[in-house]
Design a protein around this ligand. Structure first.
Ligand code: PLP
Length: 463
């Protein structure tokens, strides 16, 4: 082998890396001016279990599982080995030429087994955004073939997050994203989110659930059911601030969709693969969606892969109408990504991570987080499985925010957490937490201990 091929450029020092990052690398969802002012990125160099390490020598407990995805934790040799074997056997082949690969077929079969029931057909992509774009196009195509071409409208919720591509950002309900690039695209409507702490503080759980769900029925009637194609929702809204609705809410939404013949799309990009203590969030809420999108935990983020699972009824219609679905990505069913995802699911099964989340770590996490309610600046603590949020407020027992606008206090608490060795994210004033599913009880205690300390420090800084 040519010796030069083995020559890897030396890694520059940390300060130089930061300069090069600012000069050439555009990180996701950033204000590039602010990045300059703050002196650039934290360079993450390695990770193991539930911990990440940065180039400045800090060891940080990863309270975000990367970006809601590293469910089996870092440093899994087995996943590296399976990727290596697949790269040598067949690194890539497409699915455009009436061709398939062994891992793609095996993974589709595995996923269909986990979703069960009528959800038997799997279309692969590389990201959650693409999985949702696929659902969007598949649903519109389906209604066309059904002879109801007017059924085009998707109903979603304000503050939902479905991705960053044009269709996915439009489906999402992030107003700041819509403000750039004339979004949403036509045919997408948004209704209220089931955010009781923010939008129904004084209401009873039941009354709020009914009001939030009935907003869907009201919009369907306003638009005319014959124009509504689907409702899309995350079982628990993640990036919107870990909004956890009640079962009643979802039951009612499911019933409304059925009543008007509107398809239900469950975006399981965060909730899928054990996060709520079931394989999928819709299973926890007792829902029967027509399409399910998933990514992140599917491969625990080791390689990029996502899927759109489609009901048998939809695919049967495409078959009956002899219709080609003009949609696909070069990397649909990428064999190396699929092989890693398959092994990732096998690890989850072998280690019982879903059940452990439901029965052991989820309840422990919930109890441990409750300790934070004694803080003067904590308005609510909520969690389900291994996802949760702490609402930072001006006064305990209220939902009054610090400062003139929302989002003043959250970043202060977040920055204290990171300085104290815990990676979390602030969504406005909610500190959101989503650790790897392998987290131990001792690590949960450490996580909550750092939150506790950081809230005390932030309270002093904010007063
Ligand atoms: C619920 C949900 N859907 C879709 C996406 C988009 O996934 P991706 O960033 O892989 O495109 C995300 C990303 O955070 C998400 O949380």
């Amino acid at each position: 082998m040519n010796a030069k091929i083995n020559t890897i450029s030396p890694v520059p020092g940390t300060a130089r890396l930061r300069e090069l990052d600012l000069a050439h690398h555009l990180p996701a969802q950033q204000n590039y001016r602010l990045m300059q002012t703050l002196g650039g990125s934290r360079i993450i160099t390695r990770a193991d279990g539930c911990y990440i390490h940065d180039a400045d020598g800090n060891k940080i407990l990863d309270g975000m599982a990367g970006l809601w995805c590293v469910n089996v934790g870092y440093g899994r040799t087995e996943l590296a080995e399976v990727a290596r074997e697949q790269l040598l056997q067949l690194p890539f082949y497409n699915t455009f030429f009436r061709t398939a690969t062994v891992p793609a077929v095996q993974l589709a079969t595995k996923i269909a087994g986990l979703t069960g029931g009528d959800l038997q057909h799997v279309f692969f992509s590389s990201s959650g955004s693409e999985a949702n774009d696929t659902a969007f196009r598949m649903v519109r195509h389906y209604w066309d073939l059904r002879g109801e071409p007017k059924r085009k409208i998707f109903i979603s919720r304000w503050n939902a997050y479905h991705g960053s591509t044009v269709a996915a950002a439009s489906l999402g309900g992030m107003k700041h994203m819509h403000a750039q690039g004339d979004l949403p695209i036509p045919g997408i409507e948004h209704i209220m989110q089931p955010y009781k702490f923010g939008d129904g503080f004084a209401e009873s759980e039941e009354a709020f659930a009914a009001r939030a769900a009935d907003a869907l029925e009201q919009r369907i009637r306003e638009l005319g059911p014959e124009r509504v194609a689907a409702f899309i929702g995350e079982p628990v809204q993640g990036a919107g601030g870990v909004i956890i609705p009640s079962r009643e809410y979802w039951q009612r939404v499911g019933a409304i969709c059925k009543k008007y013949g509107v398809l239900l799309v469950a975006d399981e990009v965060i909730c899928g693969f054990g996060r709520l203590g079931r394989w999928f969030g819709h299973q926890y809420f007792g829902l029967q969606p027509d399409l399910v999108t998933m990514a992140k935990g599917l491969s625990s983020g080791y390689l990029p892969i996502s899927a759109t699972v489609v009901s048998h009824e939809i695919i049967e219609l495409l078959r009956a109408k002899d219709s080609e679905f003009f949609h696909g990505y070069t990397y649909s069913g990428h064999p190396t990504c699929a092989a890693v995802a398959l092994r990732n699911i096998e690890i989850m099964e072998r280690e019982g991570l879903v059940q452990r989340t439901a029965e052991v770590t989820g309840p422990y996490f919930q109890q441990a987080l409750q300790r934070l309610r004694t803080h003067d600046i904590v308005g609510e603590v909520r969690s389900l499985g291994l996802i949760g949020a702490v609402e930072v407020v001006r006064q305990r027992g209220t939902n009054l925010r610090f400062g003139d606008k929302e989002g003043t206090a959250g970043p202060v608490v977040r920055d204290r957490c990171i300085a104290n060795g815990l990676m979390v994210r602030a969504v406005r004033d909610a500190i959101v937490i989503c650790p790897p599913l392998i987290i131990t009880e001792a690590e949960i205690d450490q996580l909550v201990g750092i939150l506790d300390k950081s809230l005390t420090e932030a309270a002093a800084a904010l007063r």
